[in-house]
Ligand binder design. Structure first.
Ligand SMILES: [Zn+2]
Length: 417
């Protein structure tokens, strides 16, 4: 094969292939040189006639027809009229790097869909190197979001390590992009987010979806007092489920043998939304409700609260929640009364849902994927990297929504031999 054909095959702008270097059945070295005889200064871009020195470099490049490839070339140190001694500008590799720009992009792309360990194994590079490449890739590929259209955000916490280590995550509700992550879940943590986006962007925020957690409420109220807080319905459901579960434990502790037998093993049917139960689960639930214990009442209260979200207007919802709160407080069921007090003191942020029906739903969905990420990479001790990965997940997810992948050809089932 002629050298100019190899150059065409390599397809690297400004690079000429001079021939094959060392090769084995699994590896291939290509001798290359920059197409320009006169090197350019990396700092200012002007051509430099004075070459100070050259040294030979080998950089790992993409696989070529199943073989790992390296590009071997002489790197020139130039003596620039303006900048003095410095590296030559090369489009395919950065100074000091042992892998080509294309290789790094390839590895970055693989890390988006595979654990780093698997990528390392696949491309024959140390896992630490893979992580360094991926981190750099993420910073370049996902620069900070444009905040000029930021109006609605969702704030949530995620556990990133065992032992109550949390990360606060902030999502642009309209784009679905995670715009910030920070260590901890305190008021000061959220305050750092507002610092990060600056006072102009903070002032434009109109709605914030979040859990009824005091640190978040305080931070948002302090930074953007005009923004409306909308309490997330999934978190409300979680509090409600916890109350039902606590009632179940109380019932179990105080009940006689017959009642205990009916209640036992019913946790799942109690916490599942009634309309999602299978007929068999419904029968099991009916047995339990027939006992007419506090647990049955607590369950019905929880199910009843669904009506709050589907109310036809804020006024209707207000009447509903006030009635619900009174009934729960008077029920004599301590866990339900506790939830009622919580809802009572967060009433306006709950009603705000009927002005703008936002929730932390998009973050909840992301949470599942983050857990997979976390497990596959040993809890991520590098929180900056973890934050970048979460941001990538959210952006890939929001872009994928309207994307389809054309298949070259669907492979037929392999015929048995
Ligand atoms: Zn220069």
């Amino acid at each position: 094969m002629r050298d100019d054909e190899l150059t065409r095959l390599l397809n690297l702008d400004g690079v000429v292939v001079e021939g094959f270097g060392e090769e084995t059945t699994t590896e291939l070295h290509l001798a290359v040189r920059p197409a320009l005889d006169t090197p350019r200064c990396r700092t200012c871009g002007q051509g430099c006639l004075l070459v100070h020195s050259t040294h030979s470099r080998k950089v790992r490049h993409l696989d070529v027809f199943g073989r790992r490839s390296w590009l071997d070339f002489d790197s020139r140190m130039v003596d620039c009229m303006t900048c003095g001694l410095g590296a030559e500008a090369l489009s395919f590799v950065e100074p000091g790097k042992r892998t080509s720009v294309a290789f790094r992009r390839w590895v970055g792309g693989l890390c988006a869909i595979l654990p780093n360990k698997d990528v390392a194994e696949h491309v024959h590079v140390a896992e630490d190197t893979v992580r360094a490449i991926d981190k750099e890739f993420l910073k370049r590929e996902y620069p900070p979001s444009n905040l000029s259209n930021l109006r609605t955000i969702a704030i949530d916490e995620i556990a990133y390590q065992k032992g109550h280590k949390y990360l606060t995550v902030v999502l642009d509700y309209d784009t679905g992009e995670v715009i910030w992550t920070g260590e901890g879940r305190r008021e000061a943590t959220v305050a750092k987010f507002f610092e990060f986006i600056g006072s102009a962007a903070t002032a434009r925020i109109e709605y914030v979806s979040m859990d009824m957690a005091a640190p978040f409420i305080n931070a948002v109220t302090a930074a953007c007092p005009t923004a409306a807080i909308v309490f997330d319905r999934f978190h409300v459901a979680k509090h409600m489920n916890e109350a039902v579960n606590d009632t179940r434990k109380l019932t179990m502790a105080n009940a006689d043998k017959d009642v205990r037998k009916v209640v036992k093993g019913k946790r799942f049917v109690l916490l599942r939304r009634g309309e999602r139960l299978t007929p068999r689960q419904q029968t099991r639930l009916d047995e339990l409700l027939a006992l007419n214990t506090d647990l049955a009442k607590a369950y019905l209260m929880k199910e009843d609260f669904q009506q709050f979200w589907t109310s036809s207007s804020e006024a209707v919802a207000a009447v509903f929640i006030d009635r619900w709160i009174v009934e729960a407080k008077e029920s004599g069921i301590a866990p339900m009364a506790r939830v009622a007090r919580m809802l009572d003191s967060h009433r306006s942020g709950l009603l705000a849902y009927h002005r703008n029906a936002i929730s932390n739903g998009p973050l909840e969905g992301l949470n599942l994927k983050i857990n997979v990420l976390r497990r596959s990479r040993y809890g991520f001790r590098d929180l900056e990297y973890f934050g970048l990965k979460i941001r990538q997940l959210s952006i890939r997810r929001s872009r994928r929504r309207d994307q389809t992948y054309p298949l070259v050809e669907t492979e037929p089932e392999a015929a048995p031999r």
